[in-house]
Design a protein around this ligand. Structure first.
Ligand SMILES: NC(=O)C1=CN([C@@H]2O[C@H](COP(=O)(O)OP(=O)(O)OC[C@H]3O[C@@H](n4cnc5c(N)ncnc54)[C@H](OP(=O)(O)O)[C@@H]3O)[C@@H](O)[C@H]2O)[C@H](O)CC1
Ligand SMILES: [K+]
Length: 487
């Protein structure tokens, strides 16, 4: 297995249930060992998180159930009072059936009354093998569960999309095996998982061969930031341009300030005569001109543009087609997305789009599958990186790479926050980072700035606060990258 193949599954890579099943098939001769380790690790975590109490392990017919029988055996071995409630017995001769045979403790009926008698229920009913909505008796059972620990995922969670196939158990703790799944990070599943802890079950390296990571949790190890060099000057650090509208100057101001605070060497704002006069007074750190887009793009240094914040339909119409024709790297937000209402093909050539769900639906139509799949599909169709913003922002690249960001804070939900994000993305693109990496890094830095600002300001922040923390947030990412290189 090559270094790059191995690296692609390091730490923050996410495994889909399908990939888990592929690995299991590949490792069939070691599966018993893996199941034993999985059960032992879950039991150990339970011992760490809870005091000895009456435990009921609810087991399904597959290997998720098999893990459950192992958990029961370990806890009982440590003197805990444990019973097992099989929803359905494993198939004769299967690995799960062997694990079940080794369970010599009490077996009770899979019914609500038993769930209520327990102080802690282990959900080992369905994991990666879930293939359809939850049976009604499973839903009914879990409605009566006091406290729950889920193995792999709470039964009924789709490990890829985070969708819930019915009313899924509410876990306090979910134990992910080998790697987290995308679904652990996506709503509504995240809300059902409680704390997610990932455990090493001794999966051998060769199990990863033939697999290529496509999903990652968004962490600084995913996107090396450019370093600062002594010989740097403003043009090597990167030039960001934007067209400033004459009617809503605040948005352009947030985007340009955030680009500068993230590290752009120079920010140029072009506007109408009326707009330029205003921008000269409110943006003393930017170069403000009255050039037409046609003239601006002749300057080969002005390749990266933010288009949309604070722009009317007419203003976008007068700028964006010229930028796209000149093959500039455009980060499209707000007004630029509204300009393409129902007509995503108008945005063809845009490098990065940053819609929230409402904007996304207006451009691409209703989300019929999941937010994750809709973002991936839109990215593939348009050739743009799609940053679908939310508590679980999805960053999808046209080649299928997808990052999910949980490094954020509800404090970011404030007017101007989106304009700030587009400025950060632009600054990082201008510094030479590829569009997907720049977008992932920007979303993380935006989240980090929000966290730091919220901590400093006592929880409630405005976009201006975010901007002042961008330098520190970028530094935090750099520090974390240095640590992971040195590890
Ligand atoms: N590499 C690892 O991470 C390891 C994980 N382990 C554990 O293995 C499970 C996956 O096991 P698998 O047997 O493939 O799948 P499940 O246990 O989740 O479930 C399969 C059975 O459930 C039936 N099923 C599925 N959905 C439903 C439903 N909605 N209603 C009723 N029955 C359902 C399914 O029946 P089919 O008719 O669809 O075939 C199967 O009978 C993983 O999650 C980990 O916990 C290994 O222990 C170690 C390695
Ligand atoms: K489960």
């Amino acid at each position: 297995m090559s270094h790059s193949e191995r690296m692609s599954f390091e730490t923050n890579a996410l495994l889909t249930p399908h990939e888990t099943l592929q690995m299991d098939a590949h490792m069939s001769s070691s599966l018993e060992f893996l199941m034993e380790n999985a059960g032992a690790m879950v039991a150990r975590l339970i011992r760490q998180h809870f005091k000895s109490c009456r435990v009921l392990v609810a087991c399904g017919p597959g290997n998720n159930g098999g893990d459950g029988y192992v958990v029961a055996r370990y806890l009982q071995g440590w003197g805990w009072p444990v019973s097992v409630a099989p929803w359905k017995k494993p198939q004769h001769g299967s690995l799960a059936a062997r694990a079940a045979q080794e369970w010599t403790g009490p077996i009770v009926a899979f019914e609500a009354a038993e769930a209520m008698r327990a102080e802690l229920v282990v959900d080992a009913v369905f994991g990666a093998g879930l293939s359809r909505p939850l049976p009604e008796d499973v839903v009914h059972f879990f409605q009566h569960v006091p406290r729950c620990v889920a193995i792999d995922v709470p039964s009924g969670v789709d490990g890829v999309t985070g969708a819930c196939w019915g009313e899924v158990p509410q876990a306090l703790l979910t134990v992910a095996l080998v790697r987290k799944r995308p679904g652990h990070l996506l709503e509504p599943a995240t809300g059902r998982c409680g704390q997610v802890v990932c455990v090493d079950i001794g999966m051998p390296e060769e199990a990863f061969s033939g697999l290529k990571a496509r999903y990652w949790e968004n962490t600084p190890s995913l996107w090396p930031l450019p370093l600062q060099y002594e010989q740097d000057h403003k043009y090597t650090r990167g030039v960001v341009s934007l067209y400033g509208g004459a009617h809503m100057p605040g948005a352009a101001r947030f985007a340009s300030d955030s680009a500068r605070h993230t590290g752009a060497g120079l920010v140029c704002v072009s506007s109408s005569e009326e707009g330029a006069a205003l921008y000269r007074t409110v943006l003393p750190g930017c170069v403000v001109d009255q050039k037409t887009p046609y003239d601006s793009v002749k300057d080969q240094r002005r390749r990266v543009w933010v288009c949309g914040p604070g722009l009317t339909f007419k203003e976008v119409e007068s700028v964006l087609p010229t930028l796209l024709e000149a093959q500039c790297h455009v980060i499209a937000d707000a007004g630029a997305l509204a300009w393409a209402d129902g007509l995503p093909e108008k945005l063809r050539g845009v490098k990065v789009m940053t819609p929230h769900l409402g904007e996304f639906v207006r451009v691409f139509g209703p989300v019929r599958t999941s937010r994750l799949e809709a973002a991936q599909q839109a990215s593939k169709e348009t050739g743009s990186v799609i940053v679908l913003k939310g508590a679980d922002t999805v960053i999808a690249a046209p080649d299928g790479r997808t990052a999910i960001n949980r490094h954020a804070t509800p404090a970011l939900a404030t007017a101007g926050s989106g304009d700030v994000l587009s400025g950060i993305i632009a600054a990082l693109c201008a510094s030479g980072m590829p569009a997907w990496e720049a977008s992932c890094a920007a979303v993380w830095i935006h989240g980090e700035a929000g966290r730091q600002a919220a901590q400093a300001k006592g929880g409630w922040i405005v976009a201006e606060d975010l901007i002042t923390f961008l330098g520190k947030a970028r530094h935090a990412a750099e520090k974390s990258q240095k640590l992971s290189i040195n590890r």
